[in-house]
Design a protein around this ligand. Structure first.
Ligand SMILES: Nc1nc2c(ncn2[C@@H]2O[C@H](COP(=O)(O)OP(=O)(O)OP(=O)(O)O)[C@@H](O)[C@H]2O)c(=O)[nH]1
Length: 354
């Protein structure tokens, strides 16, 4: 039980890590562009501490871009440092140019990111928000009096204020968009995980049940045939016992690959359980389904599966049936299962049509 919980946690955190990586990769162009843009502007104005800080930030973002493509490393921690950097940069710019240039706006733009993590304690979030809002309000109060260590003409400060208004909006919009894409990806991968068999990549039992139910309704409406094939690897226990469980897993993956290659894209193919597969063939008559099953049988029989320095050969037995009238699809599957059983009894490596 503990192992399972550990495995689930590991899977969840590696998924989080993947999302964090994609998120970091998405916002990187924006970060590189803004930092390079401001570094040039500050150099033109001879505000050298800011040139240094922005060049340092550029280096940091280039390093992050490299980290994103490097396996390992805690990208989530790197992302946290990105926010700290924006925080420091904003404060430094206010100190050098004064609050009239509106660099404090970027502090407010970090607020959504600060509150995003569900792991961070609320107290920490509120503390961070208080510092940001406090600093922002202080800037607003001293707007007219504080001119910064590198005083600039009014038109330069005005221009900065305009650029920063656009920059803050772009930053918020870019982050919201990157976040929306990341959430969408998370949803997609969750729904894939809920419908896919982890080992073979085929549909799982729940997904094929939904597919069978909707195809049963559709075929009935359209007056089309619907066939079911249940197939099972022969003497699979022997494969496990002789070569080990990992070899058995490899055999299942190769069988799944054969099923995918022989069948059509709109057929439903699932791992029904253990070494058993269920195939749902819309718009296919039982006799044709039996011929298709036999093609799969021959392909599996002709497949040599390499495992370490050995070649494993397996055969499969198939039970085939067509849906009769408007019977529930489960009844058809049960009939295909009985046909499979007869095929096993009859000597295996065959197709039995019910
Ligand atoms: N490697 C591996 N083995 C599995 C998996 N799921 C089920 N099995 C094994 O599949 C074997 C099924 O054995 P049996 O039901 O006796 O069937 P069989 O040996 O294939 O014999 P017949 O079906 O009668 O030809 C068992 O040993 C299970 O442990 C899996 O995901 N991976």
């Amino acid at each position: 039980m503990t192992n399972m919980a550990d495995a689930l946690f590991e899977e969840a955190s590696s998924a989080d890590e993947g999302h964090a990586r994609r998120f970091a990769a998405r916002v990187r162009p924006l970060a590189l562009f803004f930092n390079a843009f401001f570094a040039i502007l500050f150099a033109l104005l001879h505000v050298w501490p800011l040139v240094l800080a922005w060049c340092g930030a550029l280096g940091f973002h280039l390093w992050v871009a490299w980290q994103v493509n490097t396996p390992g490393g805690d990208i989530r921690r790197v992302l946290q440092w990105s926010w700290v950097l924006i925080f420091i940069q904003s404060m430094l710019a206010v100190l050098m140019l004064g609050p009239a240039a509106d660099f404090q706006n970027y502090l407010l733009a970090t607020l959504p990111a600060g509150f995003q993590s569900l792991q961070r304690p609320m107290l920490q979030k509120l503390l961070q928000a208080s510092v940001i809002v406090g600093f922002f309000l202080a800037c607003d109060i001293w707007l007219d009096t504080d001119i910064g260590l590198y005083p600039q003409p009014a038109w330069v400060l005005q221009a900065f204020a305009h650029v920063n208004a656009v920059g803050t909006c772009a930053m918020l919009a870019g982050l919201a968009h990157a976040q929306a894409l990341t959430v969408q990806e998370a949803q997609d991968s969750l729904s894939r995980a809920a419908t896919t068999d982890v080992l073979t990549g085929l549909l799982n039992r729940r997904a094929i049940s939904n597919f069978a139910a909707s195809e049963a309704a559709r075929c009935l409406r359209k007056g089309e045939k619907l066939s079911f094939v249940i197939c099972d690897v022969d003497h699979f226990k022997r494969v496990n016992d002789t070569w080990g469980h990992a070899a058995g897993d490899k055999v299942l993956k190769r069988v799944a690959a054969v099923l995918k290659s022989v069948l059509r894209g709109y057929d439903g193919i699932a791992r029904w359980g253990g070494e058993e597969f269920l195939i749902v063939l819309p718009d296919v008559a039982p006799a044709t389904a039996a011929a298709i099953a036999d093609r799969v049988r021959q392909t599996v029989l002709g497949t040599r599966i390499e495992y370490e320095d050995r070649l494993i050969e397996v055969s499969m037995t198939f039970g085939v049936t067509g849906r009769e009238g408007d019977e529930p699809w489960q009844t058809s599957v049960a009939r295909a299962d009985e046909a499979l059983y007869r095929g096993k009894q009859g000597g295996r490596n065959r197709v039995e049509l019910a």
